[in-house]
Design a protein around this ligand. Sequence first.
Ligand code: IMP
Ligand code: MG
Length: 180
Amino acid sequence: MGKAGQNKVLELLSASDIANKISELGALITKSYPDESEELVLIGVLKGSFIFLADLCRAIDRPLEVDMIGVSSYGSSITSSGSVLITQDLWRPIKNKHVLLVEDIFETGLTIKFLIENLKERGPKSIKVCALLKKEDKSLVDLPIDFLGFIIPDEFVVGYGLDAKEKLRNLEMIGVIKAD
Ligand code: IMP
Ligand code: MG
């Protein structure tokens, strides 16, 4: 059977495409926070970002903390409804720290917009966004992504942390489920 079970997944980004991009992102992020006396915390948006977060934090060459926040959007898991619920809050305060939100995929941008507004209330020194993927022409918000991996076509993707009904997160690549 293998990792994909009965599904056929067509590769969009290989494991090495992803690894190369993460090295680039890590170098850019390292440069963006030159003062090591200032605190940086990476906040992974659960669950989809857990693998990206693990690889990205190791590509950043400066002291940092890692935290996570869990969100779920109401309604269908595939189309974002815009209402977001915090299902798991941060472990630690972020006051006076640089926050880098780490997201698997930016589709409408509503999840990230909600999180930025929520986290701003807690007095961080700055908030920036790093997303591995962005779907072309789907954004509903005017929000810059400070560090972006890849722009992809408007298709439902899985693997490297991204799920379809909770499965397929453990694929090394990112791909599209192919209908037979
Ligand atoms: P947004 O709020 O519309 O930007 O939605 C972002 C969230 O929707 C991501 O964090 C994912 O959890 C989920 N999502 C959006 N597109 C996909 C996809 O193609 N595959 C898997 N999850 C997705
Ligand atoms: Mg997600």
